[in-house]
Write a new protein. Structure first.
Ligand SMILES: [Fe+2]
Length: 235
């Protein structure tokens, strides 16, 4: 199914409900409507230039409810830009059971995935070889200060409060564990976070699927209720 504006509107409404249920809070601009964005001046340049805010994507899979993401970038820097020198990024992710991003790795970003509230997060990791393909390498990473030796494709379970480090060039997928999470309309939701080095979604991602379009085209089937991080009107 083509990725539609109605999917985006509904997913952000739901994300706000889930975040609220878990007693978590987002910055004010998470709640701005298009009219407020049109009034926002140059003082909000960091939001536009560092692509903060809502990010909803099906990665070009045309199967958003299985391969997709709804997240909010709270903070980020911009590589080689002295105006935005932050060297770190933080994202809040809403994880419905089973929905995941396509398997991918980052050329330079290092990230921690943290299970914050709700059910469990399952994280599957495999080291990439020099050509960017899955390797047979056994490797070490850290789970809350504890070194783990992992085999290719091994799945780690994170309970609320737990986290794992994903080094660069490590193929990863993670998702809300089936049968866990806060239920809405029969689907369990978990809240996770990503804390990482600067996130450059336009240049740093390598997808292993034949889709992997980070910001896919959107069918405008209803009026936009939120701007996505790559859609803001200019000041
Ligand atoms: Fe990633």
């Amino acid at each position: 199914m083509v990725f539609k504006r109605s999917d985006i509107n509904r997913s952000i409404d739901l994300a706000r409900e889930v975040i609220d249920y878990f007693g978590f809070h987002l910055p004010l601009f998470a709640h701005w409507d298009p009219a407020q964005w049109k009034k926002a001046g140059h003082e909000f340049g960091e939001i536009r230039d560092c692509m903060l805010g809502w990010d909803v994507t099906d990665f070009g899979s045309k199967d958003f409810y299985n391969i997709g993401r709804t997240l909010f970038t709270v903070r980020n820097g911009k590589l080689n830009n002295r105006q935005y020198p932050k060297e770190y990024a933080e994202k809040i992710l809403i994880d419905p059971e089973s929905q995941r991003a396509p398997a991918h790795f980052h050329r330079s970003k290092r990230e921690d995935i943290i299970c914050r509230r709700g059910g469990n997060i399952l994280v599957q990791l495999t080291k990439a070889d020099k050509e960017g393909h899955p390797s047979g390498e056994i490797f070490t990473t850290q789970k809350d200060g504890c070194s783990l030796r992992l085999s290719p494709g091994e799945i780690i379970r994170l309970k609320p409060g737990e986290s794992i480090n994903i080094p660069p060039r490590t193929i990863h997928q993670f998702w809300g564990e089936e049968g866990t999470g806060y239920k809405i309309d029969g689907i369990g939701y978990t809240l996770s976070a990503e804390i990482s080095s600067v996130c450059d979604d336009l240049n740093d991602n390598v997808f292993l699927e034949n889709y992997g379009e980070r910001f896919p085209p959107i069918l405008e089937d209803e009026e936009r209720r939120y701007y996505l991080c790559h859609e803001y009107p200019e000041a």
